[in-house]
Structures are given as C-alpha cells and as structure tokens.
Design a protein around this ligand. Structure first.
Ligand code: GDG
Length: 484
C-alpha cells in the first residue's frame, strides 16, 4: 500500500446485502441505496471492507457462506456482526428507534427512555467495536454511519485500539433543550467527541451539537470557520464538519431518460386523464408528516373548489418498521384520512387521493417522479430527504415544482428554488400548492434548472469526496483500481 493511502472500512447497522428467506431458501439481496452506489466502487477499487449486521438472527442461516459469495462478486470484504433477537430488540428497536430516532427529530413525547435499551445499545456497540478492532489495522480509515453506532470510537479507544475514525450522522441533531432530555446525554456526547471527524447534514445540526457540547463539556472550544472546524477538548482534538448527503444524479437522470420509463410516465398521466399530479414518496414514518400532508390536500380542496377534478394527489408509502405498534397505528390513521378525503370530494370519474402502501421497483418510482407536476415533500423533520433531490434529478421535462418542508435538511441547500412550507401549517401548504399551480412555465423552468444544476454538482460522489477529504485528505479519484 502506498504511504498515506488508507483502506476504507465502512461500518453501518446493516450490511449492503440483506439475508432473507424465500420459500425456505436463504437469499442475499444486494442493497441499492445511494450510499452503497457511491461507496461500492471505492471499496472495490481499494479492496475495502463493509462491517454490519446481516439482517437475520436465525441460527440456521449460513451467513458467512452466503456473504462470501456476495463479497467475491462485489469485490470487497464483508464482515458480519451476529446479533441475537434480544440484542436487536434492545439496541435497534429500543434504543435506536424508540429513543434516538424520535428525540433527534424533536418528537420527544414519543421517546421511551428505557434503561435496559441503553444497556443493550452499549453491549451491541461493544460487540461491533470488537469486530472492527479484529478486522482492521492502524492504516485503515474507519467510516461509521449513523445513530445506531455512536459509541464506536469510544469503545475502540477503551480497548486500546488506535484507529482513524469518521462518523456521519444521517438524521438531524436536536437543539440543546431537547438533547438535554436524554438521560444518558453526557455519556453520548462524550462518546461522539472520541471520533477524529464527526459529520452532520447541515450547519444547523452542527450548531445544535456544539451548543449541547458547550453545555455538557464546558472545556470544549471550537476553533476555525467554514465547512470543517476543530474542537479542542484539552486532552485531545477532533473535527466537526457539514456534509449534505446527495444522490447519484446521473444515474437517476439516465433512468428518467429511458424510453420505457418515459412511456410508463405517460401511461400514469394518461390513466389520470392528464390532470395535474402532486406526488408524495416516503417510508411510512411519523417524521415524514404524511397525515399532515393529506390534511393539507383536504384544506386545498376545501378552499379552492375550482381545483376539484383538476388534480390528483399520489402518496407512495413504503412499509417500514411494520412490527412496531406505533407504525401500525400510523398506517391506520393514514388509511382513514385517505378514505375521508376521497369520501368528501370524489365524483364519478375522479378520486382525488391515490394511496400506494408498497415499495416500487426503481424504474417505476422514477416514472412517478417524471409524471409528477409537483413533488410535495413535507417531513416534520428530516436529516436531508433524498426524495426531494431524486425528484429534481428525474424531472427531465424541467418544469416541475418542488414544494419542500423548511424542516428537511435539504431546505438549507435548496431554499432559493424550492417552494418552502411549514408542514404544520395546513393552510400555508394549501396556499403554496394553489400558487404553484399558477406559476408560469418560464418560472417553473428557471427554478427547476437551478435545482438540477445544484444537485448535479453536489452529488453523492461530491459528498463522499468532501468527507474523505476532511477525514484523510483523500478524494475518490485518489483510489486507483487495485490492479492498475
Ligand atoms: C435517512 C434520513 C437522509 C422510497 N420509496 C421507494 C424508494 N424509496 C427510497 C427513495 C429514497 C429513500 O427511499 C428515502 O430516503 P430519505 O432521504 O427520504 O429518507 P430515510 O429513509 O429516512 O433516510 C434522511 C437519508 O438517511 C440519507 O442520509 O436523507 O433524512 O432520515 O432514496 O428513493 N425506493 C424504491 N421504491 C420505492 O417505492 N426503489
């Protein structure tokens, strides 16, 4: 290995390949998100590694065997962290999803501060750190992802294992008044200070973090300005950065340009008699503001009867955390709202709200993006929101409108050309939609073309580059293929 070149080791809760059983047979399904798309070539070229949980606790699965075939094909190593169902219950469903997820999205009343979940989170983080320690060397750069694994650097150091570590938080970091509610606030923030680099989606998240840090660890002093700053803790230093995540713009745009996808988009429009299409796409999660969005469509139709029969609202809701009661209740609430609105306004030949509770293949999702005149992206709080960026990348007609929640991380980047709304303000969202309907084509095109330019430049590769640059002074292009 060249001097200064480090192998990249990615650590996340789930591996980029998930094991599942279909008709009694174990199968490996490759992950396809933006993170996998961006990092897989780097890992392949550098001979890197991905560490995570395989997605199953069942003992009869030949996890290592199944993953070794996947790994040979993918061109990088996979290491699995085996987790029992009790560990998954405490660390993943308990601590990660019932404490950190709602708290960091400012929804503190949904938190269940269960001490056993905290203990299990620590145990599982220790287990992950043991695998990281065993599988890596001092020359590696270990890039840890998300709120499930905030104690990695802390445990590596406590084992006396020296590694260069970077951590990226995909979700928001809450303001101090909310963070301070966490019973384990000091231990958690202290653990974050043990990474060499901590990355956030927005400046606001980073500011929230430093404000909490100052309250809890007054010895911390922040030095420097710009996208990456240094924090001096007295005993050691670490860096903080802002790195807004993005998408593989060219890949989305290329799919949108395929003739069969354009045809599918046309078919959707034709089936809806070329009425204006407003589109929502989300994992079914209470942070995404789906009930509020349906209510704002109801408000729109109540306030502007001239729009009856003129539009369709399509909501795609991808099943998520289906075993959790809260998510089951949310699904029921959404389904009741959809039928209430349809019951109030439908007439022969027109049903205003189309609701799909399932995941679509990527090409079909892109066809919906292409068909939509307006994307209505209104989370109550979101780290970034990739749907907002994907919609713009796929809007090859160039005259769509992005209506975006001011509480999505994406708003910080896209505020000049998206139509920003407060998702709690049903009348405000209805008014924004009504106005967006009356924007002329030139106005729509100039906003959309600036949005597309910005996302094309600040794409997922730019994001990986900026993180690696801050973490190890290297860029993606600095990772030549192994066999050249
Ligand atoms: C977390 C943070 C942050 C949706 N429906 C279908 C489908 N999707 C894909 C979209 C998009 C992804 O799911 C959702 O990404 P988001 O960014 O909106 O949200 P989270 O899942 O909550 O992600 C978030 C993100 O991490 C990255 O840092 O932006 O703030 O919460 O890519 O395309 N994909 C397919 N069919 C569907 O029906 N194939």
């Amino acid at each position: 290995m060249e001097t200064g070149m480090r192998r990249l080791v990615v650590v996340s809760n789930r591996l980029p390949a998930a094991l599942s059983r279909e008709d009694g047979q174990w199968k490996v399904n490759a992950g396809s998100g933006g993170l996998v798309t961006a990092l897989a070539p780097v890992l392949r070229n550098r001979g890197g590694m991905w560490i995570g949980w395989s997605g199953t606790s069942e003992e009869d699965a030949d996890v290592e065997g199944l993953l070794s075939d996947f790994s040979a094909e993918a061109g990088y190593d996979l290491r699995t962290v085996p987790l029992t169902s009790d560990e998954v219950a405490g660390y993943y469903f308990g601590f990660s999803n019932e404490i950190i997820w709602p708290l960091f999205h400012d929804l503190q009343t949904r938190c269940r501060f269960e001490p056993d979940s905290w203990r299990m989170y620590l145990d599982v983080n220790f287990k992950f750190a043991e695998v990281v320690a065993r599988s890596t060397t001092q020359d590696d750069f270990v890039w840890i992802h998300d709120y499930h694994l905030m104690h990695q650097a802390f445990f590596l150091k406590s084992m006396g294992v020296k590694r260069r570590t970077g951590f990226f938080l995909h979700i928001p970091f809450p303001p101090p008044d909310i963070f301070m509610k966490l019973p384990w606030r000091w231990k958690l923030i202290q653990a974050l200070t043990e990474f060499d680099l901590v990355g956030f989606q927005t400046i606001q998240d980073r500011r929230n973090f430093t404000n909490s840090l100052h309250r809890l660890m007054p010895e911390a002093s922040v030095k420097g300005r710009g996208a990456v700053v240094t924090v001096d803790m007295g005993s050691h230093q670490f860096r903080l950065g802002t790195f807004p995540i993005s998408i593989d713009y060219n890949q989305f745009a290329a799919i949108a340009n395929r003739p069969e996808v354009a045809r599918a988009a046309f078919d959707i429009k034709e089936a809806l008699r070329h009425r204006k299409i407003i589109l929502g796409v989300d994992r079914l999660d209470y942070t995404k503001g789906i009930p509020e969005r349906i209510r704002s469509i109801q408000t729109l139709l109540r306030r502007y009867p001239d729009l009856h029969g003129q539009l369709n609202f399509i909501q795609i809701a991808v099943p998520s955390r289906e075993e959790v009661d809260e998510y089951k209740d949310l699904r029921t609430e959404i389904e009741q709202l959809v039928s209430r609105v349809n019951g109030e306004f439908s007439f022969p030949g027109w049903v205003p709200v189309h609701y799909h509770y399932r995941s679509f293949p990527p090409e079909e999702l892109v066809a919906y993006y292409c068909a939509a005149d307006i994307a209505l992206v209104t989370p109550l709080r979101d780290g970034m929101n990739l749907v907002a960026k994907e919609y713009c990348a796929c809007n090859v007609s160039g005259d769509g409108v992005l209506v975006l929640s001011e509480f999505a991380g994406a708003a910080a980047q896209l505020q000049k050309d998206a139509y920003l709304v407060n998702p709690y303000d049903l009348e405000g969202v209805a008014k924004a939609l009504h106005r967006a309907f009356h924007w002329d084509k030139g106005q729509r095109q100039s906003h959309m073309s600036r949005l597309r330019d910005l996302i094309r430049k600040n794409n997922i590769y730019w994001w990986v580059d900026s993180f690696l640059q801050a973490g190890i002074d290297r860029k993606l292009g600095d990772f030549p293929p192994v066999d050249t």
